[in-house]
Design a protein around this ligand. Structure first.
Ligand SMILES: *C1O[C@H](CO)[C@@H](O)[C@H](O)[C@H]1NC(C)=O
Ligand SMILES: *[C@@H]1O[C@H](CO)[C@@H](O)[C@H](O)[C@H]1NC(C)=O
Ligand SMILES: [Zn+2]
Length: 405
């Protein structure tokens, strides 16, 4: 995440990104023009009318901008670039949102966000059961694949293995009475997204969702490079697994439904989250809130442990509320604020569709993991902290229980 370019806005905003690991220093359109000028082998003979033809992808680099058609070769270069964007070829969340508000936006209305946490008596006993060791075990499994690139066979295998693991958790849990279900969400590429649900006693209640992306990428060589993706985004994924495991074990019965999403294709233009959120929007599902986890495990030596709440393209009221969960339920970590730019992670899909989203990140971006999107994004660094990641599992549990009970 946080591969946004150093736009003029960011350069003049001192609190914003100061150490982006992507080293992308030019605006995307200039980047594309340079690519086309410099690469004879890149097929730049594309026109908007060809945008939806096979072999072309439509890319949006900024809110409200007209999508730009690129060839498959150019899309691969884009994946390597570290630029952030929506690939809107199959679904365009902006179009879906416009169509929706033109018709009916009744179910978009978010439930009132509470002003402060009130369910301490139920939340704290579940938090006490959360295991840091499980994060390590689950992550070792995720990072055992050469890569979880969304088009790779190993990416698909990792998703299917996650599905099986969640099904085991769901079926071995006591007292949930069939209220827990796990399924895969198929895409037009090989690696599915995975969804786990805990039904609400009010089946039509607004859904509270936590999501993270399961795919990883080696930017230098997306198709065949090694990419353990321990932090990006294995870490957010294992937070969700452990929170699901322990909420199910506790027999958690929310009033309103709760869902856990593990997305495919984030690193290729937010493909998985756009497809899932669009299907929910078209099905007119009521959504209470969405919380995104991406990287949660990097703790730079010498810095204060913190959770950086992304302030752009998120819901201010929901963010204010979620920050209050930090002193209430977490330990040794403070809540801070940062921004992350256009399409920096999967919360952007939900936000673009008009839903309330919040995005807590492993630090402020100045102190983010410099190894993501490379073969060295592993959990062996001394700065890779399972203790820090553990605090995010607590946040997931508190968020879901406070908002869905
Ligand atoms: C984590 O998600 C962010 C946001 O999508 C993404 O930019 C970053 O590459 C992901 N990190 C991992 C660990 O995959
Ligand atoms: C269930 O949730 C819906 C949507 O929020 C709400 O309109 C309805 O009143 C709720 N039903 C009960 C029994 O609380
Ligand atoms: Zn990434």
């Amino acid at each position: 995440m946080f591969h946004q370019l150093l736009s003029l806005i960011l350069l003049t905003a001192p609190h914003a990104i100061s150490a982006c690991q992507s080293h992308v220093s030019k605006p995307p359109l200039l980047w594309l023009a340079d690519l086309r000028a410099g690469s004879a082998h890149i097929d730049s003979d594309v026109t908007p009318s060809l945008g939806e033809a096979p072999g072309r992808r439509l890319i949006r680099f900024e809110e409200g901008a007209t999508p730009i058609p690129v060839s498959l070769d150019e899309k691969l270069e884009l994946e390597k670039s570290g630029l952030r964007y929506f690939d809107v070829t199959e679904v365009d969340v902006e179009v879906v949102f416009r169509e929706r508000i033109a018709n009916d936006r009744s179910s978009l209305a978010n439930r009132a966000i509470p002003s402060a946490p009130t369910h301490q008596a139920q939340v704290k006993p579940v938090i006490a059961t959360l295991s840091q060791a499980n994060l390590k075990t689950d992550l070792a499994e995720l990072t055992s694949y050469k890569t979880r690139y969304y088009k790779s066979a190993t990416g698909a295998s990792s998703a299917n293995a996650l599905l099986a693991k969640l099904q085991t958790i769901a079926s071995s849990a006591p007292g949930t009475g069939g209220a827990v279900s796990v399924s895969s969400f198929a895409h037009t590429w090989g690696m599915p997204s995975i969804i786990a649900k805990i039904a609400g006693t009010n089946a039509s209640g607004a859904i509270t969702i936590v999501g993270a992306h399961l795919d990883s990428i080696n930017q230098a060589n997306p198709a065949s490079g090694v990419s353990a993706g321990a932090d990006d985004n294995g870490s957010g994924c294992v937070n969700l697994i452990e929170a699901f495991r322990k909420l199910v074990a506790a027999g958690f019965k929310p009033t309103n439904p709760v869902e856990f999403h593990w997305y495919s294709g984030e690193e290729a233009g937010l493909l998985g989250s756009a497809a899932v959120s669009t299907s929910y929007s078209k099905a007119n599902k009521a959504i209470n809130a969405y919380m995104n986890l991406d990287m949660t495990a990097w703790l730079q030596t010498g810095t204060t442990p913190q959770i950086g709440f992304v302030s752009d393209r998120t819901n201010a009221g929901l963010t204010t509320f979620t920050k209050k969960l930090v002193p209430e339920y977490l330990s040794g970590v403070i809540a801070t604020t940062d921004s992350c730019g256009y399409a920096c992670s999967d919360h952007a899909s939900w936000n673009s569709l008009g839903y309330a989203a919040v995005y807590p990140f492993e630090s402020i971006t100045q102190y983010e993991n410099p190894n993501i999107h490379t073969a060295t994004d592993t959990s062996t660094s001394v700065q890779f902290s399972f203790a820090h990641a553990h605090e995010f599992t607590k946040l997931v549990v508190a968020f879901l229980m406070e908002l869905a009970l």
